[in-house]
Design a protein around this ligand. Structure first.
Ligand SMILES: [Zn+2]
Length: 416
């Protein structure tokens, strides 16, 4: 089946010329085309055609996108979208001046969501999560990473990963990440070795055997895992064939960048307190720096130094980090606005960050993240004349159509 997307005001290709990522100042070059159409066949981008020869192309279906613009399907490469319960009370505490670490010490934070998830059935968790994924699709998301990490026991981590895998029934790319090393559960606070053993000897082998995750993630932080513990988890992940990524440099700089480069991580996420030497190191590597401005906004905390990273030539991505505590924000347009206003990123850099570089962070950029020949026909269609509007409208959803592998999965405010 051949489909032709015609009459769009702009096509933002984010064409990486085959490199499948954009580094530093190249992020500015998002490849804007006017007076072109896109030919889709068998779920793939078959051709990008100037309007002057469009009449020669035969297609089974023509989709008229007058007054609209086409972007590659957006990619949120860092979310904790499977959870239950609310942490609105903590939000209040934060606003009254308590820090994330102080709240964690009071039994709040991740531990509170762990209790809630453990008490929630698979079916209920799936129902809650489906609604959240639908909200992402409405905004033009066609690839979505989701982490476990609120179970922190064999049973509950597997339950979370099974929920994440069940979300694949929805027609977008779901990338499951195992985050058993999110923090130590209260029952193993005084026996960290034992919990590490559960992660390394029980969970990782089971996850691989049952194909439940693509990535293994860890939280390197004073209140979570130390460097030796992360290394131990990563060694097992490597041995069993899980790809790696790391939460690092959020509150303390504990050598996470070096560890991520050494361990061949695909991304290192947060970086609110990254130092200049590590900015240089990351910029010389193929590690993607995933920045999470929703967290800084919610916690009234430092923003990661996006400008320094871009100027030093790093591969920079953005993500929502959607989670019930430090970033209860699943609104991509709002995250984009925060990156623009508080991190000084340009519209073009933000678009590169949410498309090709997010795909690179998830190691799917050979088939996703840009409008290039033979890649998956994943598109977000925005009801505006210029891409600057997407960021400028701050939290208004301008996406009116989401196309995944050539199929319209969302249109006219309805998920198909
Ligand atoms: Zn996170």
């Amino acid at each position: 089946m051949k489909k032709l997307l015609i009459n769009a005001e702009q096509i933002i290709t984010v064409d990486s010329n085959g490199s499948n990522f954009m580094r530093g100042r190249d992020m500015q070059d998002i490849g804007m085309l006017e007076s072109h159409a896109i030919l889709v066949e068998d779920g793939k981008i078959k051709d990008i055609i100037p309007n002057s020869i469009i009449n020669k192309i035969k297609a089974d279906q023509k989709i008229d996108l007058s007054g609209k613009i086409i972007l590659p399907g957006l990619i949120d490469c860092h979310t904790h979208s499977v959870f239950s319960g609310s942490r609105a009370d903590e939000f209040k505490m934060k606003l009254s001046g308590l820090t994330y670490e102080e709240i964690a010490k009071k039994g709040g934070g991740i531990a509170k969501t762990v209790d809630a998830v453990r008490e929630t059935s698979f079916d209920e968790l799936l129902k809650l999560s489906l609604n959240r994924v639908r909200y992402f699709i409405e905004q033009g998301i066609t690839s979505l990473e989701i982490k476990s990490g609120y179970g922190l026991s064999f049973y509950d981590e597997i339950k979370m990963l099974q929920v994440i895998n069940s979300l694949k029934s929805i027609k977008i790319e779901i990338i499951p990440t195992f985050l058993g090393a999110h923090t130590f559960p209260k029952e193993y606070k005084n026996d960290r070795e034992k919990y590490l053993q559960i992660l390394n000897d029980e969970l990782i082998p089971f996850i691989i055997k049952n194909k439940l995750a693509v990535f293994c993630d860890a939280f390197l932080e004073k209140t979570a895992f130390n460097k030796n513990e992360v290394e131990s988890v990563f060694e097992h992940a490597e041995k069993f064939g899980l790809k790696k990524r790391l939460h690092a440099d959020q509150f303390n700089s504990l050598g996470g960048i070096g560890l991520a480069i050494q361990s061949n991580c695909k991304s290192v996420d947060h970086l609110e307190v990254i130092n200049d030497i590590d900015i240089e190191n990351i910029s010389r590597s193929e590690l993607v720096a995933v920045l999470l401005p929703g967290v800084s906004f919610t916690l009234k905390y430092n923003y990661a130094p996006a400008r320094k990273l871009i100027e030093q030539n790093a591969i920079v991505s953005l993500a929502s980090d959607f989670n019930p505590g430090s970033s209860p924000i699943a609104n991509i347009s709002m995250i984009m606005a925060l990156a623009a206003v508080n991190m000084g990123m340009t519209s073009e850099e933000i678009i590169s960050a949410f498309t090709i570089n997010a795909a690179k962070a998830l190691d799917i950029s050979a088939v996703k993240g840009s409008i290039e020949l033979n890649k998956d026909a994943d598109f977000a269609i925005f009801d505006c004349m210029n891409y600057d509007e997407i960021i400028y409208t701050m939290s208004k959803n301008l996406n009116v159509m989401t196309i995944s592998k050539g199929e319209i999965i969302y249109q006219n405010q309805r998920i198909k």
